[in-house]
Design a binder for this molecule. Structure first.
Ligand code: SF4
Length: 496
């Protein structure tokens, strides 16, 4: 049993997390599929939210909903919210003001619109959302979106519905798989959530409160989902988790196993070309997982490993439970296992108590490691987290100045990394036609878009490409070997 209370933005405490079993029943609407209804989902935040948004659309498809990109056409609007960013709740309420206007405009034409708020803000704010915006019909937390059909039915019959519980049933066991057509429409790369929740309790983070304790899906469930995706044309799978490298399950012999074993077994599914995983915690980069980077060619040589700060004092205040040297040692071991690996990370600037000396240590760590890309944020207190109660908050002007300096350094590293690609030959997974006739676009092992002059018949294949140049966000190249029906012509000779 998990029972937590989070004080939200100075408003009433929001209670959540009682394990209450709920029978899954077929909703009334599922029996009436005579007309297709339009669904508009807007998803914020991380890849896990993007995955959840797709699964919500899958759950609602048998109820007669098809997705639209036009909110004014939508019979159901879902805002799949994120609580990580600063003033996340306020931004959601501001967005809801706009959605409410759409609802009123449609009502004046005699058309009904239902509004659902999902995701981490729904979990944290709960009933407060109804109070602040009465046009909302439904509030559903991240652990309950498999119940959307019955919650919609409840909202219709009772005026509104809310579910922010942490249910005892496994939501993944109740989710509707995407149809083959929907999977194909989503492209060659797919996310698969394998782990949810977090037990680490970093002092700046709301995830342990909004997503609950760490939980791993079983190998059988993951394997079945991946097999279905590959059957429907997916070539690249990214395993997702708030703490993905904390994944644990059983190996083929029924013995305890970790993410390395999961990656090995998934790599044997015929048709998979590429595997990735994100997001990881440094403390869960165990020896087996590091070794997997050296042994598994299908595991792409690109790892996102957040460190947040280069100061031991700040890492301790963040409750990260590792030191800067621990991180450096892990990176050295990973690079020894896979010398061509590239790294990305997250940094928080201006955590309470951060001095200029602490910040200089962060810059020194970035210089020492050399990242291919980096995400960086100004610290902002999240209600209900220990960091929000710390008194030595850093002034906004100081945070802004540090952020600018850090941004300049990591942008220079990113550009240098892209430039270092020129002259290299690498495998590219071609995904779609380019903007110009005769051009196709793929993805490098390091997630960079790669543009090549070649025939569309190569879309959906992995080809060897010689990189000839780069711009701010893309690489350019030519096919490294003769290809039937392809010119192999250079489209750019040097980096912009
Ligand atoms: S490990 Fe990640 S998800 Fe967990 S508390 Fe820390 S920052 Fe949040």
């Amino acid at each position: 049993m998990l029972a937590l209370t989070l004080t939200s933005s100075g408003r009433e405490p929001v209670k959540f997390a009682k394990n209450v079993p709920m029978k899954i029943t077929k909703s009334a609407s599922s029996q009436d599929k005579t007309s297709l209804k339009k669904l508009y989902v807007k998803s914020y935040g991380c890849q896990m939210n993007a995955y959840d948004a797709a699964r919500m659309a899958d759950v609602l498809a048998p109820e007669g909903f098809e997705e639209t990109r036009h909110i004014e056409d939508a019979d159901l609007v879902v805002l799949n919210t994120c609580h990580i960013r600063e003033r996340a709740s306020e931004k959601v309420f501001s967005e809801l003001g706009l959605v409410r206007k759409v609802k009123e405009a449609r009502a004046s034409q005699g058309r009904e619109t239902m509004i659902a708020v999902a995701g981490c803000v729904a979990q944290a704010e709960g009933k407060e959302i109804f109070r602040r915006n009465p046009s909302v019909d439904l509030v559903v937390g991240p652990q309950s979106y498999h119940r959307l059909p019955q919650l919609l039915a409840q909202a219709r019959s009772q005026g509104r519905a809310i579910d922010t519980e942490f249910p005892v049933e496994d939501k993944f066991a109740h989710l509707t798989p995407a149809s083959s057509a929907r999977t194909r429409a989503r492209g060659l790369s797919a996310f698969v959530t394998v782990q949810e929740g977090c037990d680490k309790f970093c002092t700046f983070c709301v995830v342990p409160y909004t997503r609950g304790a760490e939980m791993s899906r079983s190998y059988e469930q993951i394997s079945a989902e991946v097999t279905r995706l590959v059957r429907d044309g997916v070539r690249e799978i990214t395993l997702l988790g708030q703490n993905v490298n904390a994944w644990h399950g059983l190996d083929a012999n029924g013995q305890p196993a970790g993410l390395a074993d999961l990656l090995f077994r998934l790599s044997q599914i015929e048709g998979i070309d590429r595997l990735r995983y994100t997001t990881s915690h440094p403390n869960d980069m165990n020896d087996a997982l590091i070794a997997a980077h050296g042994h598994l060619p299908k595991l792409m040589p690109f790892l996102h490993l957040p460190v947040q700060s280069g100061s031991d004092r700040i890492l301790a205040a963040m409750n990260r439970n590792h030191t800067v040297q621990d991180y450096i040692d892990s990176i050295a071991a990973i690079r020894a296992a896979r010398p061509d690996i590239a790294l990305s990370s997250d940094f928080i600037v201006g955590f309470p108590g951060e001095t200029e000396a602490d910040f200089q240590s962060t810059l020194a760590l970035i210089e020492k490691i050399g990242f291919a890309s980096t995400f960086f944020f100004k610290y902002s207190p999240r209600p209900g987290t220990p960091g929000a109660d710390l008194t030595d908050q850093v002034p906004e002007s100081v945070k802004a100045d540090r952020l600018a300096r850090l941004a300049a350094l990591v942008e220079a590293q990113r550009h240098a990394f892209n430039e270092s690609m020129t002259g290299r030959t690498m495998d590219v997974l071609f995904e779609k036609a380019g903007r110009h006739s005769g051009q196709i676009v793929g993805k490098s092992p390091y997630l960079q878009p790669v543009q090549v002059e070649a025939g569309a018949d190569l879309i959906g294949t992995v080809q060897s490409v010689e990189i000839t140049g780069c711009s701010t966000n893309s690489l350019f190249g030519r096919l490294a070997g003769p290809q039937p029906g392809s010119s192999g012509q250079n489209i750019m000779e040097e980096c912009a």
